[in-house]
Design a protein around this ligand. Structure first.
Ligand code: RIB
Length: 412
């Protein structure tokens, strides 16, 4: 198995400030550091430091020699990279005294990828090889589809989230690795449990990994769900923590380690990266991770793994009882008090019981309008609405179209 990363290489200009500057403000930076960075480069360095053999493909500008040097010094194969005369991509990173950051990325040569270049480099890889991608290079849709056709296992870190990601067929991705906000945006979920449930249903062949900061990380595929606590460290700079996690995860797959072990090592490596400043410079080697891990404390503030299962129970119950589902019956099923059941539904779905019930009723109505020729009145009754005009109003509010218009449009 080989690992190819078609990934960004950035020159990171890191400004250390008391607080992150927002609109209309000016503040003097305490220092300026220039580091090699870019999500692609950081992930290749992380995977290499974790013990994997990585091929990095990128278009690097005339000012980007030190980026290639960094990759090479870390044992990454750079024979597939190309140099051009244009300006390299760079990032302007503000880091505040709590170690939080705000990043502006200028793509530069990272957006100079052509279809010819992709076709050429993919010739060096075969079915079963791993392809690592982030959303800082152009032609992502083409790369994903081509690699999928070639039976490579595509690992996508959909960061930063931008419109172009919605054109990608997520079912062509073998592993999606992202943080909480990215997961909610990409999978259109209200909560993590909701995202996991959606992923399980809509992307049965894609393994999902969601990093939850201090609440740990969760992995789900069609057979299992695995949870890992975060490790507690003093935060200096969070830049590249996610990249460290991804690189270590990829290396773990490469070394065919069990998911539990991969998550643990990736989480420890990310925590160590957070305790140092810079992007690629903060990524630890596997030896450091293994020697520090036994002394590192796991955070107590965990993600409740039960939530995903509870969401399933709630959703199944509502779907099976669309016409007359009540919070009282749900509470009995869960063995909760009426009030606790209401709080649970709100926490897990992001909606009150009634709102969630409405959502599921309207989703079912949408499905029936599309897939059957039942009259609208019959559909509204069958999903639990006694008043048809109330149903039509709610449907329009949610989908911005009336049930009749929706059916007509669908037929056309
Ligand atoms: O994930 C961190 C990276 O994001 C930085 O190195 C910066 O270059 C931006 O791409």
């Amino acid at each position: 198995m080989k690992i190819l990363n078609i990934g960004s290489c950035n020159i990171d200009y890191v400004y250390s400030l008391n607080h992150i500057v927002t609109g209309g403000e000016t503040e003097k930076s305490k220092r300026l550091d220039i580091f090699p960075g870019g999500k692609g480069l950081n992930q290749s360095v992380a995977a290499a430091r974790a013990g994997a053999k990585v091929y990095h493909a990128a278009i690097v500008g005339s000012d980007g020699d030190f980026l290639l040097k960094t990759l090479k010094e870390n044992g990454v194969d750079i024979s597939l990279t190309e140099k051009v005369k244009d300006k390299n991509g760079h990032a302007v990173i503000q880091v505040n005294s709590e170690g939080e950051n705000a990043i502006i990325v200028y793509p530069g040569t990272n957006h100079g990828i052509t279809k010819e270049y992709i076709d050429k480099i993919l010739l060096n890889f075969n079915a079963g090889d791993l392809l690592v991608l982030q959303n800082e290079v152009n032609e992502l849709e083409y790369i994903v589809h081509k690699a999928y056709k070639q039976k490579l296992k595509v690992i996508l870190n959909p960061s930063p989230i931008c419109e172009n990601l919605y054109n990608i067929k997520l079912s062509e991705i073998a592993y999606l690795i992202m943080n909480e906000n990215e997961a909610k945006k990409l999978l259109k979920g209200n909560s993590i449990a909701d995202c996991l449930q959606k992923a399980k249903k809509e992307l049965p062949d894609t393994a999902i990994v969601i990093t939850l900061g201090k609440k740990g990380a969760v992995y789900i595929d069609n057979k299992k769900q695995v949870y890992q606590n975060a490790f507690a460290v003093k935060t200096i700079d969070t830049t590249a923590a996610g990249d460290t996690f991804t690189g270590y995860f990829v290396a773990g797959l490469f070394c065919r380690k069990p998911i539990k072990e991969i998550l643990k090592q990736a989480s420890a490596a990310a925590a160590i990266a957070v305790s140092k400043s810079g992007a690629s410079s903060s990524i630890p080697a596997m030896e450091e991770v293994l020697s520090l891990m036994p002394q590192m404390e796991e955070c107590k503030n965990n993600y409740d793994i039960k939530s995903a299962e509870q969401l399933k129970v709630i959703t199944d119950f509502i779907n099976e009882n669309l016409k007359q589902a009540s919070l009282k019956q749900l509470a009995q099923k869960l063995n909760y008090s009426y009030n606790s059941a209401g709080v649970l539904v709100k926490r897990i779905t992001g909606k009150s019981f009634t709102e969630y019930l409405q959502t599921k009723r309207l989703e079912k109505a949408l499905f029936l309008l599309k897939e059957t020729s039942l009259p609208v009145l019959e559909i509204s009754n069958s999903v639990g609405y006694e008043n048809n005009s109330f149903f039509c109003r709610k449907f329009k509010e949610k989908y911005n179209i009336t049930p009749k218009q929706y059916r007509l449009r669908h037929k056309a």
